[in-house]
Design a protein. Structure first.
Length: 286
């Protein structure tokens, strides 16, 4: 299993870096659409959708993502012609992202709700997956194109990887107090402390090395952002773990040998990327 995981990682890591640093905006969006389609397929499995519902869910994710892309290309004159404020769609997206990850998901996990209604899981899937796809494009090209945008996107994604790795090693070394045994028995409060320590150090280094220069943050603001986003990283992981536990499966799929499925690899990113960009838009006044 370890050999399989390593081989898969040796293929995936260069592909991610190649896409980030070399792909044009169109190619990047097509790649994200592919990831979105696979994630939607896995979500349908977690929600135990029937064949028709499953197909319609995947198509709805791709169609809504395409619709958002088309709207983003329209000029201000077009928005004025149809009588819609240009920032309205983006404002609604920000509200839905923050409402889902800061209100609905914490309540869902705190009460350990075993929701079976397909319509609710369908809606939850849209709220989890579409903003994730939007944020991947927005972080990469929303503030700057070229290498600068790629470095910033990688820096934000690396925060999640640092949190996960630090939590794992701290939990293995010092873990005694379970965080959420009914959801993910392996996670501990000591691991959470390790995640905070790791992301705090990472934020300081990323700021020092200039990876966050596009955000115009002070050192204190960079560290504060990392501290605020770390719980979201943990929550995204717990949320996908709870969905799998409710569905009675270990992995979202076997698409990535040794790593499970797409959702298993991006679970924490589902929360961190869209929420961080939504907060950035709020700070900038949309």
């Amino acid at each position: 299993m370890l050999k399989t995981r390593i081989l898969t990682a040796l293929v995936l890591i260069p592909l991610v870096l190649l896409g980030l640093f070399e792909a044009s905006m169109t190619v990047w969006q097509l790649a994200i659409a592919g990831i979105l389609g696979l994630a939607a397929w896995e979500w349908g499995r977690l929600a135990r959708m029937g064949r028709l519902q499953h197909s319609l869910f995947i198509l709805s994710c791709l169609a809504l993502a395409g619709g958002w892309y088309w709207l983003s290309l329209q000029s201000p004159l077009w928005w004025m012609h149809v009588g819609i404020r240009p920032g309205l769609v983006q404002s609604l997206l920000v509200v839905s992202v923050l409402g889902f990850w800061l209100l609905i998901v914490p309540l869902w996990l705190a009460r350990q709700l075993k929701i079976q209604q397909t319509w609710f899981l369908w809606l939850a899937g849209l709220l989890a997956l579409l903003p994730f796809a939007w944020s991947l494009v927005s972080w990469r090209f929303g503030l700057a194109s070229g290498r600068a945008g790629a470095e910033l996107t990688l820096a934000v994604m690396a925060l999640v990887w640092v949190a996960d790795s630090a939590a794992y090693f701290a939990g293995r070394a010092f873990g005694k107090h379970k965080l959420a045994p009914a959801i993910s028995p392996g996670k501990t409060w000591e691991g959470v402390a390790g995640a905070f320590a790791g992301t705090t150090l990472y934020a300081a280094l990323a700021w020092h090395w200039g990876w966050l220069s596009l955000l115009h943050l002070s050192l204190g603001q960079a560290i504060l952002a990392a501290v605020l986003l770390t719980p979201l990283s943990i929550m995204g992981d717990l949320y996908e773990s709870w969905l799998k536990r409710c569905a009675g499966i270990k992995d979202s799929s076997q698409l990535l040998p040794g790593h499970g499925g797409v959702l298993d690899r991006v679970d924490a990113l589902l929360a961190v990327l869209p929420v961080s960009f939504a907060l950035l838009l709020l700070v900038k006044g949309l």
